[in-house]
Design a binder for this molecule. Structure first.
Ligand code: 4AD
Ligand code: MG
Length: 479
């Protein structure tokens, strides 16, 4: 008999028909010679209830229906007398597909997140991880749909690269060299001539630079792929391998970039509310009571658009009024997540798009704001800053902090080269990038959304290790 997915069995009203379902036993209980099995096959958070009379089944088979076992059930679909479920199955035959003994690590409810990470090969079978992974899939679909419907082309950028987009130097090297026998020059520097690519290569930290090549040809592109960062940040917001979505758009300015960032995130959140109702309700009940309200709240809010300089003024004012921060926040300092969260969660109480950051801690490719005679600069809507600023536009979210990092790009070859020289950057591996500014350069902008940070927000989970199936973090590459 053809298998019916649990999600379809639960939706079906073809009562009286025989169906076959297959899945993993969540629980089995008995009462007065009747057994009840909660069966889940991953198609939905909901289990289908299998009911049967002990007397009609072989005792040995029923003994093997243990938590975690994989079974196939044939039976009649009936309207359920129990509340909270429309239908159930009156079993006529049960076949054990895979036994599961008492060493199965997911026996008990209420296992800690840490413990579940140690059994990441099995945790997708729990209710919570099933819900998270279905939402993760749905968010990927939302992203592709959004860009496709808005005329963006999915552009594939390389994972192995000879350049460092963010210039932060935290890259994983890619080599086929024998690490015990490295050829070095007189200064002791490794010679890569005989390596696979004939030069030093790494895993990419961002597809942006190649994305800009796409945007300046196809008009609007997006990437969606894994990125890698060898930063030793053991935080609940950082992974060494994470997925990033990077749209890049020709002829887009600062205001339009902010519009896109806001519209795109709202679209994804709405998609979750529209398409992941059962999973969100489960998470709302079990993990985070404010989740659905918070998601609905974001759709109603207009994101604040805030120049960095104004943000610093607000933080300084807060300090004057007694607020204590661990890290300093004077003009020119990069904001720590405590500062971002103060602005978003306590001051504005809604998402903030921060823009016009000081040049000192932003990337070389960002559009430079008009400088003033006294060394300051003029940015968003004429706001004045005491030093040089760039049109970075990051989105800061409640409980997450930075969810998007983006900017308008510097399209002037001369200005870009001046900045590269000022930073004493070695551009040997980026000659092709500079060609975009030489040949038909155009204003353009883009951003990177950390996929797992979006999933954190949409699921209400607290740790980024719990929103990706197999997290990669310092000292952890298991599974
Ligand atoms: O702010 P970032 O470093 O920006 C870029 O890489 C730009 N090239 C993007 C662009 O403009 N096309 O990273 C972008 C986003 C961050 O806002 C954050 O959400 C996420 O990527 N991110 C991380 N997520 C998980 N783990 C990490 N280690 C992350 N580093 C950045
Ligand atoms: Mg950033």
């Amino acid at each position: 008999m053809k298998r019916t997915k649990v999600i379809d069995a639960l939706r079906s009203t073809a009562y009286g028909n025989d169906i076959c379902v297959k899945g993993w036993v969540r629980s089995k209980r008995g009462q007065k010679g009747i057994f009840f099995i909660a069966l889940n096959d991953g198609s939905t958070i909901k289990n289908v209830q299998i009911v049967g009379d002990d007397a009609n089944f072989d005792e040995e088979t029923l003994k093997r229906v243990t938590t975690g076992a994989c079974i196939s059930v044939v039976g009649k679909l009936v309207e359920s007398p129990a509340t909270g479920q429309a239908s159930e199955i009156q079993a006529t035959a049960i076949e054990i597909l895979g036994d599961c003994d008492s060493t199965y690590p997911l026996q008990k409810k209420g296992a800690s997140w840490e413990f579940l990470r140690s059994v990441a090969h099995l945790r997708p079978r729990t209710n919570t991880f099933g819900a998270i992974l279905r939402i993760r899939h749905n968010m990927a679909m939302a992203i592709h749909t959004y860009f496709h419907e808005h005329g963006y082309f999915y552009f594939h950028t390389p994972l192995i690269t000879a350049s460092d987009c963010e210039g932060a130097g935290n890259m994983f090297q890619v080599t086929t060299k024998n690490l015990y026998d490295l050829k070095k020059d007189e200064q002791g520097k490794i010679i890569y001539d005989d390596d696979f690519f004939g030069e030093q290569t790494s895993l990419t930290v961002s597809g942006q630079l190649e994305g800009e090549l796409g945007a300046t040809a196809l008009g609007a592109i997006y990437t969606f792929g894994p990125t890698f960062r060898a930063e030793n940040s053991n935080t609940p917001r950082h992974l060494a391998e994470f997925w990033m979505i990077e749209p890049e758009i020709a002829f887009m300015d600062q205001e339009e970039l902010m519009d896109l960032e806001e519209d795109f995130i709202k679209y994804c959140v709405k998609w979750a509310l529209d398409n992941c109702k059962d999973d969100l309700e489960f998470l709302n009940k079990m993990i985070d009571k404010g989740l659905i309200e918070r998601l609905e709240g974001v759709l109603k809010e207009t994101f604040v658009r805030l120049p960095y300089t104004e943000g610093i003024n607000i933080l300084q004012e807060a300090i004057k009024n007694g607020k204590k921060f661990e890290f300093p926040c004077n003009w020119g300092d990069d904001l720590a997540s405590e500062h971002e969260r103060y602005l978003v969660e306590e001051h504005f109480k809604k998402p903030v798009i921060m823009t016009d950051y000081p040049r000192s801690f932003k990337s070389f490719y960002m559009k430079q704001n008009q400088e003033t005679a006294d060394g300051g600069s003029v940015g968003y809507k004429g706001a004045v800053a005491p030093g040089p600023t760039m049109q970075g536009t990051d989105v800061l979210f409640p409980s997450i902090g930075e969810i998007i990092g983006g900017s308008v790009r510097e399209e002037s070859y001369d200005k870009l080269m001046k900045e590269i020289d000022r930073r004493q950057m070695d551009m040997t591996h980026l000659w092709w990038y500079l060609d975009t500014r030489k040949y038909g350069s155009c204003p353009h902008a883009g951003f990177g959304l950390g996929f797992e940070r979006l999933i954190l927000f949409v699921t209400g989970m607290q740790n980024i290790r719990d929103v990706i199936p197999f997290p990669r973090t310092p000292r952890n590459a298991e599974f």
